[in-house]
Design a protein around this ligand. Structure first.
Ligand code: FEO
Length: 394
């Protein structure tokens, strides 16, 4: 499906309705790979699509112009959901046509596709005239790859923002004025939490820089999901809030269990936390996807991990979630560990060490229970939860 972004600026991207796993991120509503055609004295394609969707990209472009007439290609970001079609595209339009990218974009594109294209490196703030329009390139290094940049169409006030402000959402509604905020914002939040959290400080800095440039923006077009046309600046403001990683009075009790002992502990700890007035969610690690857990982590104060001891270690699903969260570098959190064991009981010690690696302060030394928690231990778990709840409230 195609949309007109502004007169002469077209959405030629594709919907990926059926993808459910995007390199470890659960995409329950699919996604889209957005690409944009600007028809001016020069014909410009901004970004491409995953290589599997190349034919569809070409069909979409063909409804507007003969694809071989494209003069310039702009690659805002090298990750292959946006650059994967470049080789086939350059084969059609001619490999000598200019391919605009950032300095690190050239290096990344060369590493993926070879150095035999006519790369044109653009600096942040530089401009390219394409006829009636000027394109301005904005350096957005590490949002979220070293090569990332934005392209701004000055006369139309359209910002092509690459992955930033995106959502993994496939839909017929291509603008935020066609979809309820309550439907799309959870996808935007999940995207921020899982892709952009580690770059929160850079985002805060970039927002200040963009504000300083006084860019007029009518539409923000990310490379995934819908476009922000109604109150376009509100998503930038929302990014500013998420990037602060302010925590609510909220705690997550993330656990797995072998014979329900650690689960019994988890549920009692959750009750103890909730008794202090703090929102607490018990999250079974085999029932919650790691990317949905991370979305809840974004605005939670406490992360509590529970794991049985298995073969002198932590349970594999808990190791999975812990590794994933560690990479996303959450801030402003406190942590605690618990778990049942049979004979060696290393899990709590390992979890505490992981929290320390993540620079997350521990509420206490943790709670471990041999085999099955009895009534007295369940009561201790409740008190353990109360201690966490009180720590959340500070
Ligand atoms: Fe949508 Fe970083 O690629």
């Amino acid at each position: 499906m195609q949309s007109v972004i502004k007169k002469g600026i077209y959405d030629v991207g594709v919907e990926d309705w059926n993808v459910r796993d995007f390199h470890g991120y659960s995409t329950e509503k699919g996604t889209s790979y957005n690409a944009f055609l600007i028809v001016d004295e020069k014909i410009v394609l901004v970004d491409t699509v995953k290589k599997e969707f190349f034919d569809q990209l070409i069909r979409n472009i063909s409804k507007i112009i003969d694809p071989s007439k494209i003069d310039y290609v702009i690659s805002n970001h090298t990750e292959m959901d946006h650059s994967g079609s470049i080789p086939k595209l350059m084969h059609i339009i001619g490999k000598d046509k200019p391919l605009y990218c950032s300095n690190l974009g050239e290096k990344a594109l060369s590493a993926h596709f070879g150095d035999n294209y006519n790369y044109k490196v653009v600096a942040g703030g530089s401009e390219l005239n394409i006829g009636k329009r000027d394109l301005v390139f904005l350096e957005t290094k590490m949002l979220h790859w070293p090569d990332s940049m934005f392209t701004y169409v000055k006369q139309d006030k359209v910002l092509f923002s690459s992955d930033a402000f995106g959502q993994h959402y496939a839909g017929f509604e291509k603008f935020n004025d066609n979809i309820s905020e309550s439907v799309i914002m959870p996808h935007a939040k999940k995207y921020f939490a899982n892709i952009l959290t580690p770059f929160s400080d850079k985002i805060l800095k970039l927002i200040e820089e963009v504000k300083g440039m006084n860019l007029e923006i009518d539409i923000i077009c990310p490379d995934h999901g819908i476009y922000w046309r109604k109150n376009p600046l509100s998503i930038i403001e929302q990014y500013g809030e998420w990037a602060k990683q302010n925590a609510n009075d909220k705690a997550l009790v993330i656990y797995d269990t072998m014979w329900n002992s650690t689960e019994s502990m988890a549920l009692s700890i959750t009750d103890g936390i909730a008794s202090t007035g703090v929102n607490a969610i018990p999250m079974h690690a085999r029932k919650w996807h790691r990317s949905d857990i991370q979305t809840e982590v974004l605005d939670s104060k406490a992360i509590v991990f529970g794991s049985p001891t298995l073969n002198n270690g932590i349970f594999p699903t808990i190791a999975d979630v812990m590794t994933y969260l560690k990479g996303l570098k959450p801030k402003n959190k406190i942590g605690a560990s618990f778990g049942s064991f049979g004979w060696s009981g290393e899990a709590v010690k390992i979890l505490n060490a992981e929290f320390t690696n993540m620079k997350i302060d521990l509420v206490n030394d943790g709670l471990k229970v041999k085999y099955v928690p009895n009534h007295e231990v369940i009561s201790k778990c409740f008190d353990f939860g109360v201690e966490i709840g009180n720590a959340v409230k500070g």
